[in-house]
Design a protein. Structure first.
Length: 502
């Protein structure tokens, strides 16, 4: 927790204890050794915490359930300076406190946080300490426990030579991680990147993510705690995003899980004659802005999940694109409890007009090709709102094509009902719910914000994918063979009977 939050808690506790002090004279302390303290917890546990980062504060209560006030002779953090734990008692920070008064049938707060030191281990290490309370000659303890994870700290790191980033320890990225122009960086399977607030990955050269189905590469926010019971790992807007600059080409992402930032991937205006990014088995989910924003680039994606963004899942301005066996599903939460808003854009935007953010010049880029095969395009908004937006201006064209896809559309701007143009939507399922496994995950009446975009047994996407397109991608994002039943399914996930909840 930052200093301002500590100050607020300390000031609040000071006001409360001052009020109590004005109303009690504590002139009759119990000296009975049977009159002891009670605690709201025996053990205060933290989840995995990253080395060198202060955790948010946790609180437990100390109770005097006796009919007389007690004088606590001492409250002491036993391994202060070694474990990394810090405490605040009765509005005061420190490691040892003496003669702490607590009136009859009353309580006080103890605030705890931890900043783990480097443990010289690639695995989480158990960190323990305890707070010792001495009252009427007797000792009582509250155990403190956390799992400290060592990290490689990168602050404003610019990589200037070809580099391999291993999975030995996770990386904690402050500010930015920059891949210089002309430089290639490879990320090994199993690597994890914890991105600090607003941190970005900026690619000027080439970035290759080499994950595997058993050990994907993970890029996520650095916060490990929860907000109103929701883990921050499920809350969007925790870090900046990944930016690919104009001179960056031949990037490859395989088996990567990228989640909970502001903007997912942003591609600056480039040359669509060279491959900008090739993605396979990538899950890009839960972003506060657009998941994938591209200007005049060449991008291919196979077996990918694009899900949950406040803005469009894909905004493609000019360029050349191909998506095969992808699941594009936007159920970005509008929960009043969470308070981070609802999606207000189409699922896919195909545009040919770009406005430069610096010069404000308008530039027209033709969408040379935007092809979608065996792909689900769906969202939570009603069918009166088109899920695929086409916006042509300035004479540049938008050349798009959907084959054997399941799409949500009103048919007014995508030629689905226009017999006077060449077919652009072929053998597609229109406006039929794909029947995902779980898009309204509730627990005790509250949103869990975990989603399962595998299809269920009653899904119209089953067994109707184009087999020729599926032949080049015979296994789905989870490694399931698409040809073990009557036919391959539309989307990134092949139906498996045991996943059904119907």
């Amino acid at each position: 927790m930052n200093k301002s939050c500590w100050a607020f808690f300390s000031f609040l506790l000071f006001l409360l204890t001052t009020f109590w002090a004005c109303n009690d004279d504590f002139d009759d302390y119990s000296e009975n050794p049977r009159h002891l303290l009670s605690f709201s917890v025996d053990t205060l546990r933290f989840d995995t915490v990253l080395a060198t980062i202060n955790t948010p504060v946790k609180v437990f209560m100390v109770y005097n359930k006796n009919n007389k006030p007690l004088l606590i002779a001492s409250i002491q953090l036993k391994n202060a300076g070694e474990s990394g734990f810090k405490i605040n008692v009765d509005g005061r920070a420190g490691n040892r406190f003496e003669d702490v008064e607590i009136r009859a049938n009353d309580s006080l707060y103890v605030l705890v946080d931890i900043k783990p030191e480097i443990q010289e281990s690639n695995r989480p290490v158990v960190i323990t300490d305890y707070i010792e309370f001495t009252t009427n000659g007797r000792q009582q303890n509250v155990l403190l426990e956390a799992y400290g994870q060592d990290v490689i700290v990168c602050k404003g790191l610019t990589i200037l030579s070809d580099t391999i980033l291993s999975s030995w320890k996770p990386y904690l990225i402050y500010d930015s991680l920059v891949v210089s122009e002309g430089i290639r960086v490879d990320i090994n399977a199993g690597a994890t990147f914890y991105m600090h607030n607003n941190a970005e990955i900026i690619v000027k050269g080439t970035l290759r993510i080499n994950g595997s189905i058993e050990n994907p590469v993970t890029i996520r926010g650095a916060r490990m705690d929860a907000m109103i019971g929701i883990p921050y790992d499920l809350i969007p807007g925790q870090w900046g995003g990944i930016r690919f600059m104009s001179a960056s080409f031949h990037n490859v992402f395989e088996y990567a899980h990228i989640r909970n930032g502001n903007l997912g991937m942003k591609f600056e205006p480039s040359n669509p004659n060279e491959t900008k990014l090739s993605m396979k088995n990538v899950k890009l989910t839960n972003f506060k802005g657009t998941l994938l924003y591209s200007v005049n680039c060449r991008i291919t994606a196979e077996n990918c999940e694009f899900s949950n963004s406040r803005k469009a899942l894909l905004t493609l301005i000019g360029g050349n694109y191909s998506f095969t066996h992808c699941t594009m599903a936007n159920y970005y939460s509008s929960s009043r409890e969470a308070g981070w808003g609802n999606s207000d854009n189409e699922t896919i935007q195909l545009l040919n007009c770009y406005v430069n953010e610096e010069t404000h010049d308008t530039i027209y880029y033709p969408v040379e090709q935007a092809r979608f095969y065996n792909t689900i395009v769906w969202g939570m908004r009603d069918l009166s709102s088109s899920k695929i937006q086409l916006k042509e201006s300035g004479g540049s064209s938008i050349n798009y094509y959907f084959e054997n896809c399941l799409i949500n559309t009103d048919g007014t701007n995508d030629d689905v009902n226009n017999p006077d143009v060449a077919p652009k939507i072929v053998n597609c399922i229109i406006n039929k719910n794909p029947e995902f496994i779980d898009t309204n995950p509730l627990k005790d009446g509250k949103d869990e914000f975990t989603y399962d975009f595998r299809i269920d047994s009653i899904s119209p996407a089953r067994n109707v994918a184009n087999q020729q397109a599926a032949n080049s991608i015979p296994y789905d994002i989870k490694g399931i063979n698409r040809f073990l039943d009557e036919g391959p399914d539309i989307g990134a996930y092949e139906y498996v009977p045991e996943t059904s909840n119907k």
